[in-house]
Design a protein around this ligand. Structure first.
Ligand code: NDP
Length: 282
């Protein structure tokens, strides 16, 4: 029997419905629409897709959205100033700095300049630190999407063998803390795990597997335990098509639940971003 497909889109519709009411109530309270500003310096095809989805979801929710395109050769000092101006702008509720930045700019410094109160992606060290102490208000929309998808399975995470592949600051690391907070037995695999030849061993015992590596169809069904829940965060372009980090066709034969790409985690991310924006104003 094949695994049940967990469509991010279906979950997004439910969350968006509730969010819309809350956004409207907050709009009445503030006497104006909520406002998200995205700063764009370098644009690749992935960031264009993300920008377009931010604009679409914002429009559906009645949220003001604008993106400010800065010159590709902007200096770090000028970027700092730009961020500080947005931090001080009374009508801007949330700021998103679209990654990746051009090579000459330091993304960590840019994030540090963001006001934690306007950090809509939950990347500022102050917001990340709250994860450590079990009290996050704002978490990365991608991570929030993964958690919402896991909730949809109704599986109790306590004591589950959860394996995360990828330890980036925006996905793997914050996710590992959240899952730890849910008392899941959390293993984080990365390039070192693969180099040591241990990845297969961890994959084989995963009851819940979350993959954020950025390599098309990197994980095959043959490596998985029967009944595993698979959440594929990866978005890769292969022969003009979007594919995940998991080989969907072989993995779905082993999984009890599996997310597709496209239409999985990525479909929920912009909605979770807007939920963060609302929370920043509350
Ligand atoms: P990064 O490149 O920042 O991180 C990739 C991670 O994978 C790193 O921790 C890296 O380890 C690890 N890795 C690389 N190769 C291997 C390997 N052979 N074995 C084990 N681990 C490995 O990527 P992101 O986290 O930013 O993104 C990952 C994927 O998720 C991408 O496809 C991206 O497009 C997608 N994504 C999707 C989002 C969504 O909303 N759906 C949002 C964000 C990202 P090391 O650093 O040690 O090399």
């Amino acid at each position: 029997m094949e695994g049940k497909i967990l469509r991010g889109k279906d979950i997004a519709v439910k969350i968006e419905e509730e969010l819309k009411k809350q956004v409207e109530a907050q709009k009445r309270k503030l006497g104006r629409a909520l406002q998200l500003t995205t700063v764009v310096i370098a644009e690749d095809s992935a960031s264009k897709i993300y920008l377009a989805s931010q604009a679409k979801v914002a429009a559906r929710l009645g949220i003001g959205f604008d993106f400010q395109k800065l010159p590709g050769d902007i200096s770090q000092n000028n970027l700092d100033k730009k961020i500080q101006n947005l931090n001080q702008a009374g009508t801007v509720d949330g700021i998103l700095i679209q990654m990746p930045l051009p090579m000459h700019l330091d993304p960590k410094r840019a994030i540090n300049f963001l006001s934690p109160d306007k950090d809509v992606e939950g990347l500022h060290p102050q917001n990340l630190g709250k994860l450590f102490f079990l009290e996050p208000k704002i978490i990365s929309p991608t991570v929030a999407s993964v958690m919402a998808i896991l909730e949809e399975t109704k599986i109790d995470l306590q004591g589950k063998e959860v394996v995360i592949v990828g330890h980036s600051e925006i996905v793997g690391k914050p996710l590992s803390l959240l899952l730890l907070n849910k008392l899941a037995t959390t293993t984080v695999c990365h390039i070192g795990t693969s180099r040591a030849g241990h990845l297969e061993m961890h994959l084989k015992r995963a009851e819940i597997l979350i993959v954020a590596v950025g390599k098309p169809r990197f994980i095959k069904g043959s490596s998985l335990k029967k009944g595993v829940v698979v959440v594929d965060v990866g978005i890769n372009r292969e022969n003009g098509k979007l594919v995940g980090d998991v080989d969907f066709e072989t993995a779905k034969k082993k999984a009890s639940f599996i997310t597709p790409v496209p239409g999985g985690v990525g479909a929920l991310t912009p909605v979770m971003l807007m939920r963060n924006l609302l929370r920043l104003t509350q």
